[in-house]
Design a protein around this ligand. Structure first.
Ligand SMILES: Cc1cc2nc3c(=O)[nH]c(=O)nc-3n(C[C@H](O)[C@H](O)[C@H](O)COP(=O)(O)O)c2cc1C
Length: 226
């Protein structure tokens, strides 16, 4: 945004935020032409986001909740999309891992701002097999594997040197045994019961469609008020 004056040129943060450009848009889409499977449209939009040069188009926000309804959300990396659903991974003993264990209801939110597009995937999360989780872990870089093996993720870090020692020890272990898989590394699959696509219109006549699971293998679609 090279032409926008700095925040200090505005009377307050509210005025600056309102001045920021928002919502580019794509040509309208004929809802009659959308694919019958939401994963097909999702992958098409993801490919278009990649082609448009969106930064980190494979990142998403995972929203979770505890069994008592306290909500949480964080950015994650999408690992796969297949006939089961949308895959991501992390540590079972992290807050997200504990929340998913006690309440598998979750949502993924993708935002590709350059195209003015959002996708919301809602459903229940299932833990992937040990084989799938190991494959996911082993596909990570050696450094990422060492950090994942050493980390007590989201616990307070009181001693930076302890972190460095733990990562170094995990790195040495991985070097000695390249097939080592960290205990507690988990691939999860969000099995959707609804997938919503949102497309910006500069004139604010945004388009929204929601797929809802209609039968074990089928989907119904509906247009939503923007
Ligand atoms: C771009 C980006 C990608 C990330 N990818 C992952 C990921 O794939 N898995 C993961 O566990 N954390 C990932 N993180 C870190 C999470 O946002 C979060 O800090 C961490 O998982 C701890 O979350 P929790 O305390 O809710 O469990 C990513 C963060 C960013 C900004």
């Amino acid at each position: 945004m090279p032409d926008l004056p700095p925040r200090s040129a505005f009377p307050d943060t509210r005025a600056w935020l309102r001045a920021l450009p928002s919502l580019p848009g794509d040509p309208a889409v004929d809802p009659g032409q959308i694919p019958t499977q939401p994963s097909v449209l999702f992958l098409r939009w993801l490919e278009e986001a990649v082609a448009a040069g969106e930064p980190n188009p494979q990142t998403t926000v995972l929203s979770t909740a505890t069994s008592t309804g306290d909500v949480d959300a964080r950015v994650l990396t999408l690992k796969d999309v297949d006939e089961h659903g949308w895959w991501f991974s992390g540590a079972t003993d992290s807050p997200k891992g504990r929340q998913l264990a006690e309440n598998p209801a979750a949502a993924l939110t993708f935002h590709w701002p350059g195209r003015g597009r959002q996708v919301r995937v809602r459903g229940r999360v299932e833990a992937g097999s040990a084989e799938i989780s190991a494959r996911d872990y082993l596909e990570r870089s050696a450094t990422a594997r060492a950090v994942a093996a050493a980390s007590r993720q989201s616990e307070p870090l009181t001693d930076e040197a302890e972190y460095d020692r733990a990562v170094a020890a995990a790195g040495a272990r991985i070097e000695a045994d390249p097939d080592f898989v960290a205990r507690g590394w988990q691939a999860w699959c969000l099995v959707p019961d609804s997938v919503e696509f949102w497309l910006a219109d500069p004139g604010r006549r945004h388009q929204r469609w929601r797929y809802r699971r209609a039968a074990p293998t089928g989907w119904s679609t509906e247009t939503l008020w923007p």
